[in-house]
Design a binder for this molecule. Structure first.
Ligand SMILES: [Mn+2]
Length: 411
């Protein structure tokens, strides 16, 4: 299996299938059909500090594929206009050349029939809003709020809700991108398992993992890597990664790559020396049993949460009816977070989590049990595609059985 995966990674070219340009246009067309007013969207601006590079706002990226700072867009049922900042030679010396509305290739590059200078957005907005009653914005975008304030009597609508309705159902191209991020993330976890031994610092383990996906050309971590050893395994979003992992401890690794814009989300919990203690194994198997029960229930029509037979409830019931803490109490109270969320351009992709599952949705299944008193935290998380008949584990190539994990650690 490992050999097969390495081969797969070796032959897949970088950014093999980015999203086809026509798909962005198609997404806008689909969104515009549902609009009953003017949607105002601003892309991300050039970051002012030097900690981060430019990353496009994910709704804007979803609808345009546009990767230059300072863009904006107006959409109605009948019109779409992209607005681009003007050339600024001084800025371009530092940040590289940009595309402006008066460049001859602006339409071809953007896929918009109508591209205007950013300075034209206010009159265009007033013209379009004059013909409608509602304005859609993405709160808390201050640029959009300034435009909105020019039409105070219009109804206020949330652009994010409308766009998320599309974003929850992934296209074939998107599923391919998430699968690629997941394959590379699986390779990252396996590299950490191979290097694992007592005495390593959490940051060394994190570095082993992130190195794998940066070597594959992935642009960033989908979220700050969580590598928690011993007591830190019980802290859900532990990101300090500065403790030494000592003999006899568990190491929880919640680490995922973002490649070609798409995230994945994968967690495994392993024994640092390659052998679970009897107690660690007991808790591990409870969490794995809960994960299997929840995955078995994934199919169109099932719900992540909010009703009696939800995936959340199935996982909770399993955990609460298996095993005990040191005081003879059931374990349900140690499962302290949600079982599932959507995954896509964002690791916590937007969308209604109370809606019935549909084919093409990509979600996590991630039960956990965290017992600080025992320094035992176990989370097992896979990224799962909802299919017409059930679920496909996109991260299924990464072993989950305790016995299989024990065979891989340090080897
Ligand atoms: Mn997650």
């Amino acid at each position: 299996m490992r050999r097969a995966l390495c081969l797969l990674l070796a032959v897949s070219p970088l950014f093999a299938g980015s999203i086809p340009a026509a798909e962005y246009k198609q997404r806008r067309a689909e969104l515009r059909k549902s609009l009953d007013g003017v949607m105002v969207l601003f892309g991300a601006e050039e970051p002012e500090d030097l900690h981060t590079s430019f990353f496009q706002e994910s709704n804007f990226l979803y609808l345009t594929g546009w990767r230059e700072p300072g863009a904006a867009m107006l959409l109605t049922r009948n019109e779409e206009i992209l607005f681009l900042p003007a050339h600024n030679r001084q800025k371009e010396i530092f940040n590289g050349p940009i595309t402006a509305a008066d460049d001859s290739d602006a339409n071809a590059k953007s896929g918009f029939a109508s591209v205007m200078p950013r300075s034209a957005i206010e009159p265009e907005f007033l013209r379009m809003a004059g013909k409608s009653r509602s304005i859609y914005t993405l709160p808390p975008d201050s640029n959009a709020q300034k435009l909105r304030a020019l039409m105070p009597l219009h109804d206020e609508r949330n652009a994010g809700t409308e766009i998320a309705r599309l974003r929850v159902i992934k296209s074939e191209a998107e599923i391919g991108r998430i699968a690629e991020s997941t394959d590379i993330t699986v390779a990252a976890h396996l590299a950490a398992w191979k290097a694992m031994k007592a005495g390593l610092f959490e940051y060394e383990i994190a570095a082993t993992m992130t190195n794998v996906y940066f070597q594959h050309g992935c642009e960033r971590s989908a979220y700050a890597p969580i590598v928690g050893s011993g007591p830190n395994s019980t802290i859900l979003h532990y990101m300090t990664n500065h403790r030494r992992a000592d003999s006899g401890e568990l190491v929880l690794m919640d680490v995922g790559a973002e490649c070609s814009d798409y995230a994945t989300d994968v967690t495994r919990t392993v024994p640092v020396d390659g052998k679970f203690t009897a107690r660690q194994r007991e808790i591990y198997d409870v969490v794995l049993g809960a994960q299997k029960a929840a995955i078995a229930a994934v199919k169109p029509g099932a719900r992540m949460r909010g009703e009696k037979n939800s995936l959340q409830q199935i996982a909770y019931d399993y955990i609460n009816s298996h095993g005990q803490d040191l005081h003879g109490d059931t374990l349900g109270k140690y499962f302290t977070h949600a079982l599932s969320h959507y995954v896509g351009l964002d690791v916590h992709d937007p969308g209604d989590v109370n809606t019935p599952l549909q084919p093409g949705m990509v979600i996590t299944i991630e039960p956990g049990v965290y017992i600080p008193e025992e320094n035992i935290g176990v989370r097992i998380e896979d990224t799962v595609l909802v299919t017409p008949s059930g679920a496909k584990l996109l991260s299924g190539a990464l072993p989950r059985e305790a016995s299989e994990i024990e065979k891989r650690i340090g080897k």
